[in-house]
Design a protein around this ligand. Structure first.
Ligand SMILES: Nc1ncnc2c1ncn2[C@@H]1O[C@H](COP(=O)(O)OP(=O)(O)OP(=O)(O)O)[C@@H](O)[C@H]1O
Ligand SMILES: [Mg+2]
Length: 256
């Protein structure tokens, strides 16, 4: 089965991290193997899942760059390519219900394109072991393309009932179109933390060629988890937000 890739995008604080966790949970409930990718430098998803990875991809990348700089001869370079797999394995957090890689941040400035493409290759090989990859794409779709996977099947733009949220959605749609290699099956929008999508805003979304995937209402279960600082993945099975997300996934699957 082909690995399905989804990425959650949108302006700050709209619920990308919450919806990433709920989408992963919905797939896990069906028995799918889920790989989360936390592409937020602030590691929001990693903490929302209650996960503690040994290493971030950013840290692995730093080690690779410093080893590459000191690799003098062919033997050194061979050792380096062998250690990349190992470094990446250290960056993979595994639990019975899901796996996670945390991108973290990187302090090396400039383009280390060979390192990025090497990492992407290794992530691609790793991704083949999963049914679904859910990316909390805080850092944007270009970063996902450069550092994680070339393309995303379903970019999901999260918004609230604000014109600013809708404008951000259109901006993200334009960026997706410009990123080389990014060829989504469909790009859609989810309204989060609202009872229903404001009519005018849903129209703006649909008229701009984006799919309207549905709405996730304000959920007291999520608020309770927030207060206690519990992992979002363990939200109770009857939580309205989880049911809403399951409905949205059925809607997405119909478009496939
Ligand atoms: N449907 C919901 N019901 C109740 N609370 C929610 C809902 N969606 C999100 N929240 C809460 O709103 C806050 C922001 O959500 P979240 O962290 O997922 O946003 P984000 O888009 O990832 O933010 P950032 O841009 O800072 O990474 C969190 O406290 C979260 O628990
Ligand atoms: Mg977040």
């Amino acid at each position: 089965m082909k690995t399905l890739t989804m990425a959650l995008l949108g302006k700050g604080g709209v619920g990308k991290t919450v919806l990433s966790a709920l989408i992963g949970r919905a797939y896990s409930d069906r028995g799918s193997r889920v790989l989360f990718v936390d592409a937020d430098p602030a590691r929001g998803l990693t903490s929302a899942l209650g996960a503690i990875p040994v290493k971030t991809i950013g840290e692995a990348r730093e080690e690779i760059i410093s080893k590459a700089r000191s690799a003098g001869n062919e033997k050194d370079r061979n050792e380096l390519s062998e250690s990349i797999d190992y470094l990446l394995m250290e960056s993979l957090y595994e639990s019975p219900a899901f796996s996670l890689i945390t991108m973290g941040s990187t302090s090396s400035l400039g383009c280390f394109c060979p390192v990025n493409s090497l990492l992407r290759e290794t992530i691609r090989a790793m991704a083949g072991n999963y049914d679904v990859i859910v990316i909390d794409a805080e850092a944007g779709i270009e970063q996902v393309n450069r550092q994680v996977v070339e393309t995303v099947d379903y970019p999901i733009i999260v918004t609230d009932n604000s014109m600013r949220g809708a404008s951000t959605a259109l901006l993200i749609r334009d960026i997706i179109k410009r990123v080389p290699g990014m060829a989504p099956v469909e790009t859609g929008v989810v309204f989060n933390r609202v009872e229903s999508g404001a009519h005018g805003l849903v129209r703006v979304i649909e008229e701009s060629g984006l799919a309207f995937y549905g709405t996730v209402g304000p959920d007291p279960e999520i608020t309770a988890i927030d207060v206690k600082g519990e992992p979002l993945f363990s939200v109770c099975a009857s939580a309205p937000s989880l049911s809403a997300v399951k409905g949205i996934l059925s809607r997405i699957e119909m478009s496939a």
